[in-house]
Design a protein around this ligand. Sequence first.
Ligand SMILES: C[S@@+](CC[C@H](N)C(=O)[O-])C[C@H]1O[C@@H](n2cnc3c(N)ncnc32)[C@H](O)[C@@H]1O
Ligand SMILES: [Zn+2]
Length: 378
Amino acid sequence: MNEEITEIMEGSTKLLVPKGSMTERVPPKEPAFFNPRASLSRDLSIIACSAFWKSFEFPKIFFDGLSGLGARGLRVANEVKGTEKVIINDVNADALEIASESAKINNLENFEISEDETCRFLSSHSKKNSRASIVDIDPFGSPSRYIDCAIRATMHGGMLALTATDLQVLHGLFNKAAKRRYYGTPIKTEFSNEIAIRLIIGCVSFVAGRLDISFQPLFVDHDMHYYRTYLRILNTPDQEENIGYIMFCRKCKDRYSDTSRKTKCRKCNHETEIAGPLWIGKLFEKEFVAKMKDVKKDLLVHKRCDKILDRSEVEAELPATYYTLDEIASKMNSAPLKLSNAISRLESNGYKASMTSLNPSGFRTDCEIDEIIRIFQS
Ligand SMILES: C[S@@+](CC[C@H](N)C(=O)[O-])C[C@H]1O[C@@H](n2cnc3c(N)ncnc32)[C@H](O)[C@@H]1O
Ligand SMILES: [Zn+2]
């Protein structure tokens, strides 16, 4: 196996990875899966864990339920200050052997390995005092089958991070599968990535509700190939109603969220397209994102994280569903405005407006479509 392995550096951690994963377009699953293009997501993970554990008074224990060769867990153990214990778990013994060698070359003493099926591993840590304060789930495809046991293995006040890569399902190509996995269905829009994230969190909400658990979304991110959500898990039932629908009118481009379905457009009476049921509450906690920005200064991470965090912070308290400049421009039959210009026009008319981390030409606002068009035309 050794001739197939090479050493790389990600963040400040040395990782042993299969040579093929660095050269092939689709990283091979044998002997172990490693995707170098997911380094941005791992960077954001390191930032999120550092922010979460900053002034955290409970044990700093991290479980990686589907670790592959351990890239994320190794980086947490090595780069996140004060990490007491990381346990990585996978069914692939070869991947775990590589992880164990990586732990040695990084001189890690806070790093353990478990070879088990994810739900069995997490269930063996579901009792009080055996749970982790951060649990990470990064499967091939949908995380939905792991949500229940991942919640049970996360301590009260801990953080659960979930990745989803079943983009075709989340983007509306297979609605039966979406309903099965996430209990809700998407619609195809310019802001499909936000709908995808809200479906994932919606699914967590349904599962958590059953367990009398609630949560607060802290941060979400996405790239071409994945969605990720970070949630603070609380041992108390949810008091707020955060499940609902997103209504979209393809004719006038109106969009909004509500706890009930509205089949006619509130602006033009055209039939609406409806996504859900899904999460309609906040996606970001502003203070948490500010903390991420603060801890980032001491970490070796991608420059792109800056922009993502800046945008996440400004959009944190704005309404669900964003607009894109191109979409509005085509509705107005004119060239798109500059993003900064669009936002300042909305603000000078008394509305809230911000960029969004989910789309480079997207903006959030509490202004509705007819008024947006009036302001952009004036
Ligand atoms: C997407 S990869 C993990 C990548 C890793 N988190 C990283 O950042 O490099 C998914 C991993 O899940 C493992 N896996 C799939 N199903 C599993 C199961 N039911 N129990 C345990 N591991 C599983 C696979 O062997 C694979 O290594
Ligand atoms: Zn309409």
